[in-house]
Design a protein around this ligand. Structure first.
Ligand code: NAI
Length: 251
């Protein structure tokens, strides 16, 4: 399908050495994009993943160590991206952390950690990416939020707040950046089989799966497909949307 091809486009996927981010990097590279693989601090891991993309899909790929919680590292990363690629067409704000606490147990440190990575990170990346995208007439930004950000969950007041903020960021940025040809959308996964969810206690995990209409957990590839769609030309007239990928999960 021609609208899915991304040849000549440069894409940054944050937190993309594993999980949903890695599957997204693979999906974008498989459709022709030059993908910049990002790790928080492990430059070698990002380089190894970039080499895998080049090997598998015959596309250029790049690697970037950059902590989504550090605005100065983000600014420096975009200086580097501009220096190397001269452009950025796609940003996928995927990096995230999950830390649960019941309301009475929430510490200031936890709030700080979760918001820095899950909310401030996407905001700083979006800000820097939009600046670069405006130089060449537009681009597409896809933010990873969560069903917890739209529906809430016990023990997830902080994570849910952080992800709800990403919905607000998506909708506001979509309005502000539309005149500049930049589309901003979000994907809201339900329960997806990655390292992030493998730590959930078995009983709780079973309860969560029981609440999924389709009766099974999702795969990172299924989320990556939604990101791929929103990042490319098939979604050329779609902005400010939150696309659930949750198998009909009820929370
Ligand atoms: P994961 O834990 O497998 O991967 C997260 C990635 O983000 C890792 O590569 C990690 O190193 C990276 N990361 C963490 N902190 C970072 C930082 N400060 N700077 C740069 N990179 C950092 O998790 P998964 O499941 O792949 O999650 C991806 C996104 O999807 C996250 O934003 C998560 O909140 C969201 N999500 C996941 C769901 C799930 O069920 N797995 C459900 C809903 C949303």
């Amino acid at each position: 399908m021609t609208g899915l091809r991304l040849d000549g486009r440069v894409a940054l996927v944050t937190g993309s050495t594993r999980g949903i981010g890695w599957c997204t990097a693979r999906a974008l590279a498989a459709h022709g994009a030059t993908v910049i693989v990002n790790s928080r601090a492990d430059a070698e891991a990002a380089k190894a993943r970039a080499a895998e993309l080049t090997e598998a899909h015959c596309v250029p790929a790049d690697a970037l160590a950059c902590d989504a919680a550090d605005p100065e590292q983000i600014r420096e990363a975009y200086r580097r991206i501009f220096g190397t690629h001269r452009r950025l067409d796609i940003l996928v704000n995927n990096a995230g952390i999950l830390e649960d606490a019941l309301i009475g147990m929430i510490s200031d440190d936890l709030v700080e950690r979760v918001l820095r990575v899950n909310t401030f990170g996407p905001l700083h990346h979006l800000q820097a990416a939009a600046r670069l995208m405006r130089r060449h007439g537009g681009g597409a930004i896809v933010n990873l939020t969560s069903i917890i950000g739209t529906h809430g969950n016990v023990g997830q007041a902080v994570y849910g707040s952080a992800k709800a903020a990403v919905v607000g960021l998506t909708r506001s940025a979509a309005k502000e950046l539309a005149p500049h040809g930049i589309r901003v959308n979000a994907v809201a996964p339900g329960l997806i089989d990655t390292d992030m969810t493998r730590g959930i206690p078995p009983e709780r995990y079973r309860e969560l799966v029981d609440g999924i209409g389709m009766g099974r957990v999702g795969t990172p590839e299924q989320v990556a497909n939604a990101v791929l769609f929103l990042a490319g030309d098939l979604a050329a007239y779609i902005t400010g949307q939150v696309l659930g990928v949750d198998g009909g999960m009820r929370i």
